[in-house]
Design a protein around this ligand. Structure first.
Ligand SMILES: [Zn+2]
Length: 127
């Protein structure tokens, strides 16, 4: 008989939740949180020894769908924002000499002819 301890992402999450609740209950002396942490631990252990691997796998998939994917998405979006910021570094911001409108010109292009979109003023700018 194969006895394998199956700890998946959901299992690891449950163990961490159990640890966190136990720690909070230790500091707040809350019996409720302590019991709650204990229940999570028991559930995590029960899951890892469970023979219903298909059901456990499904739970894990649902967990990933609901918790891991949104986090991954958020991290990815954060990275995209960082790329956008880097892209902004390739531009220089200047003010129109006529109306003061802020304009964006590409950097390191030498002298560029700029036309203000607000007042139509044409001028040369160094980038
Ligand atoms: Zn202008």
């Amino acid at each position: 008989m194969k006895s394998k301890l199956n700890i998946d992402e959901f299992g690891i999450f449950l163990v961490w939740m159990g640890i966190i609740f136990s720690l909070i209950s230790y500091f707040t002396k809350s019996t409720f949180l302590n019991s709650f942490g204990f229940v999570i631990f028991v559930f995590a252990i029960y899951r890892s020894f469970s023979r219903q691997t298909q059901r456990r796998a499904l739970e894990n998939e649902q967990f990933k769908e609901k918790f891991i994917n949104p986090i991954k998405k958020a991290i990815k979006n954060g990275k995209n924002d960082a790329t956008k910021l880097n892209r902004n570094k390739d531009f220089k911001y200047i003010a129109c000499p006529n109306c003061g409108q802020k304009l964006r010109i590409p950097k390191k292009k030498g002298n560029v002819k700029v036309r203000c979109p607000k007042c139509g003023e044409k001028f040369d700018a160094r980038s």
